[in-house]
Write a protein that binds this ligand. Structure first.
Ligand SMILES: Nc1ncnc2c1ncn2[C@@H]1O[C@H](COP(=O)(O)OP(=O)(O)OP(=O)(O)O)[C@@H](O)[C@H]1O
Ligand SMILES: [Mg+2]
Length: 266
C-alpha cells in the first residue's frame, strides 16, 4: 500500500509540523524522531517523518533500504518530484516517511541558486500535512539552508539536549536562527518542547545539566527524560524503532511517556 492509497477518503486533521532540531551533532535528534513517531502511531496518531539529513539516519532507523529508493526528499526539493511520490510506509504501522539519502548533501549548495530557497520544503509540506496528525522533520547537525528550510516549514520545534558538559553550548545560536526566521518568514514559529536525552542516573553531572536546562527553558522542558539505554542505540541497526525492538526497555517506556506528553500539549 502506498501513500496515495492511504490518503484516499481521509478526513482533514489538525496537523502539527514539528522540526526536531539542534545543530549540535549526536544529541539524539534522529533517535527522538524515530521513536517518538512510532509511539505516537501506537496511540493511533498518523505520523509523517521527513528525513532532512543527508546522513539518512531516520530513514535507516525505520529499516528503509536506501539503495532501493527511486526518489527521495532531495528530488522533492530540487527536481520537482511531488512529495506524495516519495512518501512510503515504514515498519511501524501509522508512520510514513519521506526518506533521505546522501544525495541530499549537495542540496545545501544547490539550493543557494534557487528562487525562494528558504521555503522550498514548506511548499511541499503544505500540500500533504493535512493528511497527518504529526509531521516531524529530522534536521541535520548544522544551521545551513536545509535547517532554515525546516524552520520555515515548521509550526514548532522540539529541541533534544544531551545530558553532558556544555549541553547548552550552541543553543543561543539556534534560538537566534529561530528568531531570525520568525521575524522574516514564519511569525508563529515556537518551541514545542525541550527534551533531555541520554540521562545517566548514576552521575551527578546528568542531574546538574537537567537543572541548568530547566532554569533556561522553564516550562518548555518536557518532564519525560530519556535515559541512556543500550537498547535505544541497538534498535537502528535492526531497522526498528524501540517499540518494535525492545518494547519493555527503559528507553521504550521513556519515549512512550514523552509521546503522551506531546499529545497532552495539544
Ligand atoms: N538515549 C540514548 N541512549 C543510548 N544511546 C543513544 C540514546 N539516544 C541516542 N543514542 C545514540 O547516540 C548516537 C547519536 O544519536 P542520534 O543519531 O539520535 O543523534 P542526532 O542528534 O540525530 O545525530 P546527528 O546530529 O548526527 O544527526 C546514535 O548512535 C544513537 O543510537
Ligand atoms: Mg540525526
Amino acid at each position: 500500500m502506498n501513500y496515495t492509497d492511504v490518503k484516499r477518503g481521509l478526513p482533514q486533521r489538525d496537523s502539527k509540523v514539528i522540526a526536531v532540531i539542534n545543530q549540535k551533532g549526536g544529541v539524539g535528534k534522529s533517535t527522538t524522531v524515530v521513536n517518538l513517531a512510532a509511539c505516537l502511531a501506537e496511540g493511533k496518531k498518523k505520523v509523517l517523518v521527513i528525513d532532512f539529513d543527508p546522513q539518512g539516519n531516520a530513514t535507516s532507523g525505520f529499516g528503509v533500504e536506501k539503495e532501493e529508493l527511486e526518489h527521495d526528499i532531495y528530488d522533492v526539493i530540487l527536481h520537482d518530484v511531488p512529495i506524495e511520490d516519495v512518501i512510503r510506509e515504514t515498519c511501524a504501522k501509522g508512520v510514513f516517511i519521506a526518506p533521505a539519502t546522501i544525495q541530499l548533501a549537495t542540496a545545501e549548495i544547490e539550493l543557494v541558486a534557487e528562487m525562494s530557497r528558504e521555503s522550498i520544503l514548506k511548499e511541499s509540506v503544505e500540500k500533504i500535512k493535512d493528511e497527518f496528525d504529526y509531521v516531524f522533520i529530522d534536521c541535520p547537525p548544522s544551521l545551513g539552508l536545509l535547517t532554515i528550510n525546516a524552520l520555515v516549514a515548521a509550526d514548532s520545534l522540539i529541541i533534544p539536549i544531551q545530558c553532558e558538559y556544555y549541553a547548552l553550548e550552541g543553543v543561543a545560536k539556534l534560538l537566534e536562527s529561530m528568531q531570525m526566521v520568525k521575524r522574516r518568514m514564519n511569525p508563529n514559529l515556537e518551541i514545542f518542547g525541550v527534551v533531555m536525552t541520554m540521562f545517566d542516573s548514576r552521575t551527578t553531572l546528568s542531574k546538574q545539566v537537567v537543572d541548568e536546562v530547566q532554569e533556561y527553558f522553564g516550562k518548555k522542558m518536557f518532564k519525560s527524560i530519556i535515559p541512556r539505554n543500550v537498547k535505544l542505540s541497538e534498535a537502528p541497526s535492526h531497522g526498528l524503532p524501540i517499540s518494535l525492538y525492545a518494547r519493555m526497555s527503559k528507553g521504550a517506556l521513556a519515549y512512550q511517556k514523552l509521546a503522551r506528553e506531546v499529545v497532552a500539549r495539544g
